[in-house]
Design a protein around this ligand. Structure first.
Ligand code: SF4
Ligand code: SF4
Ligand code: SF4
Length: 524
């Protein structure tokens, strides 16, 4: 029987999943509930491994399902589930339709590239850096491309249409701010998208079989999968149609063999074979071998070992030693030239170390952050933490009532918290530099910081003449950045938040003070 239904199933399933995942990243109108993120991203391999290490639970064990599926069916992750893989398939399809690539031809596996790349990822983890993994993880790469490049592109198109409709007195579209797009936010995703598109356009799944660490890991397992693509040498006429259709270039028509470590289970070959000689089927002796690796992954002691090794490895990542040694240090107040000693990590991220050890820089939190306070970092966490999000209070401040970033983070770098917990989670502490404050320098009234502070950790107290000047209370400050954002002194504000290396619980503000403020012009 011709197995045409396999390709149809793959195409429909993968496009629906891609649509769902893409909408999470580009939903600038905030139509998609954040709860969808858990369901849509449950099977993403690297985030799932990291989340499982952080919060061991059935709900974070998607990668075990992927390993079992791979042992049974080959690299179905790559064709059905990986958004970067499906994206490459679309690019390859366009290339074929444009007749740029008319047919693929068999190539030997680039083992001299794929294994060293995987080794580099493992070695960098062992040496304490997530950087290489973050750079190459396919889900996170897809996220960065769609969050940092495609989403601004869609917003620009929306703004263009909004301007056009305004000319006809139609206002159902509204413009959004695009000023946040800078070379720092688009540089890494731009290089990545160019590389991925060029490779997919001319070489099919070369990225997946030469660079992607997930593809290489799953490739080990898929060599022995129970179901895999097999050729019937007796009926095959060596017409080569299957090899021409194989975007993994893994069908050797001369030897009539398929390299299952590179086959991404797309079933294109089955679809085109006129003799029905290529099939997706079981083979002798495969089942036993295939299930061995899965047994390893469910073994508790091994799992614990892998977990501990990875946690230990990544525990050394991201920040330089100054952060770790400083966890117990008292930090002095910021100075004018060096206002911040530590970056601020989002609510729910526990500590800078917890965050940088687990964040794969997929930028989903950046996409859903309604205020855009979360921005990709440049060197705030050091070179190895490049692209991991940080709170940029020059752009906005963290909304007092919001917990969205923790609701969507698939790795556990930002843990979900309640609004009540968030209102007392101290991300950093306020620092006031009196000599920069315009009340001091210009003898003028201000108080913008105090007006914006949701906890009244900044109060205006008598200064001289009729003027008042800010006074801060670091015990009740939650480090939301509202004061820093509101301060008119630029570029280095007179009041700023220095990140806590470990998040703390702030003291609850006095209710009378909040009530009094809310009767005035309370901004939250
Ligand atoms: S090889 Fe990597 S990028 Fe390609 S589909 Fe598989 S996981 Fe995704
Ligand atoms: S909690 Fe703050 S940082 Fe997180 S999404 Fe909301 S506003 Fe953005
Ligand atoms: S913290 Fe943000 S960028 Fe990092 S893994 Fe979570 S959602 Fe992705």
């Amino acid at each position: 029987m011709k197995q045409k239904h396999l390709k149809i199933f793959r195409v429909v399933f993968s496009l629906l999943l891609l649509l769902g995942i893409t909408s999470l990243f580009v939903d600038f109108r905030e139509l998609i509930p954040t709860a969808w993120a858990d369901r849509l991203l449950f099977l993403q391999f690297v985030p799932s491994v990291i989340q499982f290490i952080t919060v061991p639970a059935v709900l974070s064990a998607g990668f075990i399902i992927i390993l079992v599926l791979t042992a049974l069916f080959g690299r179905v992750y790559c064709s059905f589930i990986c958004p970067l893989g499906i994206f490459q398939d679309i690019v390859s399809w366009i290339s074929k339709k444009a007749k740029v690539i008319k047919r693929y031809k068999f190539r030997k596996a680039l083992n001299y590239l794929r294994y060293p790349v995987l080794a580099l990822v493992v070695i960098s983890l062992l040496f304490g850096s997530m950087f290489v993994l973050n750079l190459l993880d396919p889900y996170s790469s897809f996220g960065r491309i769609f969050s940092d490049i495609v989403r601004p592109g869609i917003i620009a198109a929306n703004n263009g249409l909004a301007s056009l409709f305004e000319k006809f007195d139609m206002y159902f579209l509204y413009r959004l701010n695009l000023d946040l797009v800078t070379w720092k936010t688009v540089f890494i995703p731009a290089v990545l998208v160019i590389a991925v598109v060029v490779l997919a356009f001319y070489y099919g799944r070369l990225y997946c079989n030469a660079i992607c660490p997930v593809g290489t890991v799953l490739g080990f397992l898929s060599r022995f999968s129970v179901f895999r693509i097999r050729m019937d040498k007796a009926t095959c006429t060596k017409c080569g149609k299957c090899a021409f259709a194989c975007k993994s270039t893994c069908i050797n028509i001369k030897t009539q063999e398929v390299d299952n470590s590179r086959c991404v289970a797309c079933y294109n070959c089955i679809d085109v074979c006129p003799e029905n000689s290529i099939k997706y089927m079981t083979g002798k002796g495969s089942a036993k071998a295939a299930f061995k690796p899965v047994a390893v992954t469910t073994d508790d002691s091994k799992r614990e070992f892998i977990g501990k090794t990875l946690v230990y490895a990544v525990a050394l990542t991201g920040l330089s030693e100054k952060v770790f040694s400083a966890e117990t240090e008292d930090r002095p107040a910021g100075k004018i030239k060096n206002p911040k000693k530590y970056p601020v990590t989002p609510p729910g991220s526990v500590s800078i170390r917890h965050f940088t050890d687990r964040c794969t820089a997929c930028h989903l939190c950046i996409s859903v952050c309604p205020t855009k306070t979360l921005q990709p970092s440049f060197l705030e966490y050091g070179f190895t933490g490049m692209s991991q999000p940080h709170m940029d209070y020059g752009i906005e401040y963290c909304n007092f009532e919001c917990t969205k970033c923790g609701e969507v983070c698939p790795t556990g770098a930002i843990l979900p918290i309640t609004v009540e917990e968030k209102k007392l989670e101290q991300l950093g502490k306020v620092n006031f530099v009196k000599t920069k404050c315009i009340v001091y320098t210009d003898n003028t009234s201000c108080g913008s910081c105090s007006e914006h502070c949701p906890t009244q950790a900044v109060k205006m107290v008598p200064y001289k003449d009729d003027l008042t000047i800010p006074e801060t209370d670091t015990d009740i400050c939650i480090g939301c950045g509202a004061c820093e954002f509101a301060c008119p002194v630029k570029p280095h504000t007179a009041i700023f938040v220095d990140g806590n290396t470990v998040h703390q619980v702030a003291k609850a503000p006095k209710v009378e003070e909040l009530k009094q403020e809310s009767s005035d012009d309370f901004l939250f």
